[in-house]
Design a protein around this ligand. Structure first.
Ligand code: FES
Length: 123
């Protein structure tokens, strides 16, 4: 399975790989944060972002529609369809300044870990 290459040092166990729907997302909680975790089965790639949509501050991105645009993985918020890159979190549906925090993901023995160094930095 693919894993995001990173120098992350703080990983937390999120769930089993079987807990995440194929080509879909789930919401996992880390302390007070909600993280949207996605699995793209065709590409065998994992992504994690904040679950909070920055547009109208809805906890909704894990329920968003996933897909690709020009081979870039994306998620569309279910509320107003703003679309974000899962690779770097930028909004790709319009010119707005809102973007997502993204987190590295690694898989070890069918267990999913999310790197939360940026959350530690914010605390
Ligand atoms: S709340 Fe997500 S696009 Fe508006």
């Amino acid at each position: 399975m693919s894993t995001t290459q990173t120098t992350t040092t703080n990983w937390f166990f999120a769930c089993k790989t079987s807990d995440v729907p194929t080509n879909g997302g789930v919401c996992v909680k880390y302390k007070d944060e909600q993280i949207a975790l996605f699995y793209f089965s065709r590409r065998d790639e994992w992504y994690a972002t904040q679950n909070l949509c920055p547009h109208r501050r809805q906890m909704a991105l894990s329920r968003g529609m996933t897909g690709t645009v020009k081979d870039e993985p994306k998620v569309a918020c279910p509320f107003h369809k703003k679309t974000f890159s899962l690779a770097d979190g930028r909004c790709i549906s319009d010119e707005t300044e809102c973007s997502l925090t993204v987190y590295p993901v690694k898989i070890i023995d069918d267990l999913v870990y999310i790197g939360v160094d940026t959350l530690f930095a914010a605390i």
